[in-house]
Design a protein. Structure first.
Length: 346
């Protein structure tokens, strides 16, 4: 009888060992197996207050995972199952149950991106931000002044103060957070570059450099010419010539601009009328790129005081008014001589 009991016990132990070995093999195999077979990716959302047990069983019901208990065991043994981050998570064809669990417990949420383009105005920035559905909006329909106050920068004019770049953020992020990132990026870059500026530049502060950089950004059609264009404007400021740049006129006109600048617009009384007033306008006119800031702080040297568009994005640079007028006739008037407005020193 005792022999029979030992035999049964041995069989149970053997069977249990085989069963345990199978489950261990199945457990290890499953954790490293691809989650998706045919689909390239899927997105899941973890809500506030979500529980890992409920979440995994929901994913099982949605046919995203097959064996939620295996993942629960793994989380309880090797991780912190109570640490669950809210947000969107993307599952790709490379993901396994273990990598999904790693994403969930370490907050590796799916990031969206928003691109703010150099040369845009602040109103264009806000138009794109306000249309972005993956952001939480707290700044819609606020005036520029109230937006800056909401951001914590009360009294600061917004134009030019935000760095054009691509910003990544999780779904549900606040528009305030994204704008603060852009603002801080611009201030940090400008202040870091300011000490390395060339000697003798005609601006007293980083903000004045930012104003000129915004003009250079709007005038530049070919990236390789940024420093040359900056050099022309720097030279004009140094010899007290008016900047006479169309983008400042357009900015000052605001919604009145319909695609063309007329002679009366050049005579209009506006602090942004650089045909009428000397020096820089009171604020930037757009969001300058890093390259435009670099160009202004370290402009090309030379005698050029004029430039005219050649019609292909590039410019012809001149050091005398006579040469400039001939270039205007060649590139703008197609060789036809007729009266046109040129700078005349008073």
């Amino acid at each position: 009888m005792r022999h029979f009991v030992y035999k049964i016990l041995a069989i149970c132990i053997l069977f249990g060992s085989i069963l345990a070995g199978y489950y261990w093999w199945d457990y290890k195999t499953y954790l490293q197996s691809p989650l998706l077979s045919s689909e390239t990716s899927r997105t899941i959302y973890v809500e506030q207050g979500a529980n890992l047990t409920r979440l995994l069983h929901r994913l099982a019901s949605e046919k995203i995972i097959e064996k939620p208990n295996y993942l629960l065991w793994h989380a309880r043994i090797f991780a912190n199952p109570h640490k669950l981050h809210i947000g969107e998570y993307q599952i790709t064809s490379d993901d396994t149950p273990v990598s999904l669990l790693d994403k969930l417990l370490n907050g590796k949420v799916k990031l969206n991106s928003i691109t703010l383009v150099e040369g845009w105005s602040f109103s264009q920035f806000m138009s794109v931000i306000n249309k972005t559905t993956t952001l939480q909006h707290h700044l819609k329909e606020l005036t520029d002044e109230k937006i800056m106050t909401k951001l914590g920068y009360e009294g600061i004019h917004p134009e030019g103060q935000f760095m054009p770049d691509t910003y990544r953020y999780p779904t549900g992020e606040s528009d305030i957070v994204v704008l603060k990132q852009a603002y801080n990026a611009m201030q940090k870059y400008l202040l870091n570059k300011w000490p390395d500026r060339d000697v003798g530049l005609p601006f007293k502060s980083p903000y004045e450099a930012l104003i000129l950089a915004s003009i250079v950004e709007k005038e530049t059609g070919k990236a390789s010419e940024r420093k040359q264009i900056a050099g022309v404007f720097v030279k004009r400021l140094q010899v007290r010539m008016r900047l006479q740049t169309d983008p400042t006129i357009i900015y000052g006109m605001g919604e009145r601009f319909k695609g063309n600048i007329k002679r009366k617009d050049l005579k209009r009384d506006s602090p942004y009328n650089t045909y009428k007033y000397y020096g820089l306008p009171p604020t930037p006119i757009a969001m300058p790129s890093r390259e435009a800031i670099d160009a202004v702080l370290q402009p090309a040297t030379g005698d050029a005081l004029y430039f005219v568009s050649k019609g292909d994005g590039s410019h012809y640079f001149s050091s005398t008014l006579k040469e400039h007028n001939n270039a205007v006739i060649k590139y703008q008037l197609k060789g036809r001589k007729r009266p046109f407005s040129s700078y005349k020193k008073e």
